[in-house]
Design a protein. Structure first.
Length: 136
């Protein structure tokens, strides 16, 4: 069985999440630099444990492509070179960071932990992937 990977591309970091082997539940893998994220995903694809990579697509509230689209396109170009035959799909990521912040707050995390961008990015990737899994 194989996993799906969720990717939230940010300005400085990339949050990554993975599904369980049944494809039902998403969980965070962590937050990485661009280079480390590419290497991590490439390694998983090379090992044959990934069936799909879902990358957040930054749309505005109106559903139009936002300013961050160019950044994600550049990341996708790099990612496509290392994933082999593993398909890559983009998915509307509107509100994932907002939902991530709220989820962290609701979990009872202290203020200092809630402000950690790394936690927000990996949680956003998890939410993105869970949205994909739930829509299947």
């Amino acid at each position: 069985m194989q996993r799906s990977i969720g990717v939230d591309v940010g300005l400085k970091r990339v949050g990554i999440a993975q599904s369980d082997l049944t494809g039902v539940l998403a969980s965070p893998l962590g937050t990485f630099t661009y280079d480390d994220a590419i290497a991590r995903i490439a390694g998983m694809c090379d090992a044959g444990v990934v069936q799909l990579v879902v990358v957040g697509w930054p749309l505005t509230l109106r559903g139009e492509e936002g300013d961050s689209v160019d950044m994600v396109r550049k990341f996708l170009a790099r990612l496509e070179k290392v994933t082999g035959n593993v398909p890559i799909q983009t998915l509307d990521e509107r509100f994932t960071s907002t939902i991530a912040r709220q989820s962290i707050r609701d979990s009872g995390a202290r203020r200092k932990k809630r402000r950690k961008k790394e936690l927000i990015d990996s949680t956003a990737a998890t939410i993105l992937l869970q949205n994909y899994l739930d829509s299947k």
